[in-house]
Design a protein around this ligand. Structure first.
Ligand SMILES: Cc1cc2nc3c(=O)[nH]c(=O)nc-3n(C[C@H](O)[C@H](O)[C@H](O)COP(=O)(O)OP(=O)(O)OC[C@H]3O[C@@H](n4cnc5c(N)ncnc54)[C@H](O)[C@@H]3O)c2cc1C
Length: 537
């Protein structure tokens, strides 16, 4: 095995939302040598940077791992495609750009679960540190940070009508979902600067790229963490088929994401002992929680036909309008090509007795059989609704001991009664909203699930048939003090030294909203803790 002879202080595995943040912050100290390993390539593909380009980057093996789940009993045995970024920037290079932090209560709950330092007041400074808010800084927002957060650059009559309709069913208008209260309806903000995607590769890696103490190795697939006497001392990995080993004197930091990080741990012999032994992997450290506690947001995509051609489906059918979209974007970086994956966001409560919203809408003024496929030829919009804090828990297991093989993903959607009830209630709530005065004159009919679905059983069946991931898997290396936790509150792997996990997998519970901003916050806080611990050592 080639040992390239270099020694680093830190080896970071995965240049995604979290990994790029940590690489930037740790290499800001010129005295620390940092190696960043990434399985994917450089982010040269132009569609990565054009916001609407996620239609070209998801399900594309050049930029996406193209995972699929195992057949899921909760979805009537359907298997779902699970895109994950495989390129510098990771999933932040292929995601929908929507900037949402979650609710104060999410983080306060993490702290209540025994994770000191993770309450909302503790993490808010890291959200602010990362942020360059177009509207300026205030109590909740940062200005001048690496991550650009901007207003959307295109609105639409049907979207305005949906916001009005939400107000008519009791959901207030809101233009900032990341301030003191989340509940409301309004336009999303995007991780974009002047109409171009702001991935973490753009925000954090590009400014650090020329530092002599930062080495970025692309096309490097991590095989396993090298452990000696209970301490991580380096990584074994493969670059374009060539095996290599690199050692470090400080720490190995896993940022492979909610699928990659538990997979790398298990391939290294760190995980549920019986499962590893079954696959012939030597057990280095029996840690039963690795790969467990998988959580995801499940979107139910309701589609409504419109009487008039007011949707993006209509514009995309018209070659002249399509050409004008290209010209508009080329000249001003505005128009439909500057759109995030959704336009309007609604946080609502399915029951008035709930303290905070339990569902989120991603409203799209277009429709398709599934995201990433071509838009429909008829006039229609999509009301995608997801439950914010699902109780269902799945798991990730290895299928083989070979690093190149995809693991088995078992989401176990809709396996809790609360989740099934919320799915049914969310469809009923959608129908009330679409029937409100401001919207009903636009709508011709409900296309999916359609008026034939009426009883609770029929609505649940519709949810099982229509639902898709909204791409927020977390929790598979959860943080906590209990026996099923994988890392402690400083993100150090329990029972080993010199090894941390710093990505979406450490979330003990899913945040109430999109997960990119929370993962970037985790990266910021992790880098701070790593540097602090190094100073104290
Ligand atoms: C299609 C899609 C749309 C989304 N839309 C939004 C949105 O609009 N708003 C939002 O907030 N969130 C969104 N998300 C979710 C959000 O982007 C993720 O939660 C977040 O990016 C996860 O960050 P991470 O650092 O945990 O993992 P990632 O960003 O996925 O990074 C993991 C990195 O590790 C690398 N890696 C993995 N395994 C290995 C290995 N063995 N060796 C070497 N490298 C490895 C990967 O290639 C990747 O670059 C979306 C996600 C997807 C996929």
């Amino acid at each position: 095995m080639a040992d390239n002879g270099d020694t680093f202080d830190y080896i970071i595995v995965g240049a995604g939302s979290a990994g790029c943040v940590v690489a930037n912050r740790l290499s800001a100290d010129p005295g620390k040598r940092v190696l960043l390993l990434e399985a994917g390539g450089r982010d040269w593909y132009p569609w990565i940077h054009i916001p609407v380009g996620y239609f070209k980057t998801i399900h594309n093996p050049m930029t996406d791992w193209c995972y699929a789940t195992e057949p899921d009993p909760g979805l009537g045995g359907r298997a779902l495609q699970w895109p994950r970024g495989r390129v510098l920037g990771g999933s932040s290079s292929i995601n929908g750009l929507l900037y949402i932090r979650g609710q104060r209560e999410d983080y306060d709950q993490w702290r209540q679960m025994g994770n000191t330092g993770w309450g909302f007041d503790d993490v808010l400074p890291y959200f602010k540190l990362s942020e360059d808010q177009e509207r300026g800084g205030d109590e909740f927002h940062g200005e001048g940070g690496p991550l650009a957060v901007s207003n959307i650059r295109v609105t639409r009559e049907i979207c305005d009508a949906i916001i009005d309709a939400a107000e008519q069913v009791g959901v207030p208008r809101r233009d900032d979902f990341n301030g003191d209260d989340q509940e409301g309806a309004g336009y999303f903000q995007l991780t974009a600067r002047k109409g171009l995607r702001c991935s973490t590769a753009v925000a954090y890696l590009n400014p650090a790229r020329s530092r002599p103490n930062l080495t970025i190795q692309t096309h490097a697939v991590a095989d396993r963490v090298l452990i000696e006497d209970g301490r991580a001392v380096g990584m074994a990995y493969t670059v374009k088929g060539e095996p290599r080993e690199t050692r470090c004197t400080g720490e190995v930091i896993l940022a492979g994401g909610a699928i990659g990080s538990p997979q790398i741990l298990m391939l290294s012999g760190i995980g549920p002992g019986a499962h590893l032994r079954d696959l012939g992997i030597d057990v280095v450290h029996d840690l039963p929680g690795v790969g467990e506690n998988l959580q995801d947001h499940l979107q139910i995509r309701l589609i409504y036909g419109t009487r008039d051609p007011v949707t993006l489906n209509d514009d995309l059918r018209n070659p002249i309008k399509k050409m004008l979209m290209g010209i508009e974007y080329g000249l001003r970086r505005t128009g439909p090509l500057s759109m995030g994956a959704s336009q309007v966001c609604i946080f609502a409560r399915t029951r008035p007795d709930l303290a905070t919203p339990d569902i989120q809408y991603h409203v799209q003024p277009w429709s398709a059989d599934s995201p990433g496929e071509g838009t429909h030829k008829f006039s229609a919009f999509t009301m995608s609704v997801c439950q914010l804090r699902p109780e269902s828990r799945g798991r990730i297991l290895l299928k083989s001991p070979r690093p190149g093989d995809h693991p088995a993903i078992h989401p176990n959607y809709l396996s809790s009664e609360v989740d099934r009830r919320t799915a049914v209630e969310s469809i009923k709530f959608t129908r009330r909203l679409v029937g409100a005065e401001a919207l009903k004159s636009y709508v011709s009919e409900e296309l999916r699930p359609g008026p034939q679905a009426q009883t609770d059983a029929e609505l649940l069946d519709a949810a099982r048939t229509l639902a898709q991931t909204i791409y927020h898997p977390v929790g598979t290396c959860k943080m906590g003090p209990d026996p099923m936790a994988v890392v402690d509150e400083r993100l150090r792997v329990h029972g080993l030294r010199g090894l941390r996990v710093v990505d979406a997998s450490i979330m003990p519970t899913l945040t109430s909203g999109n997960t990119n901003a929370p993962v970037i916050m985790i990266g910021e806080k992790a880098a701070d803790m790593i540097a602090e611990d190094a100073r104290a050592a």
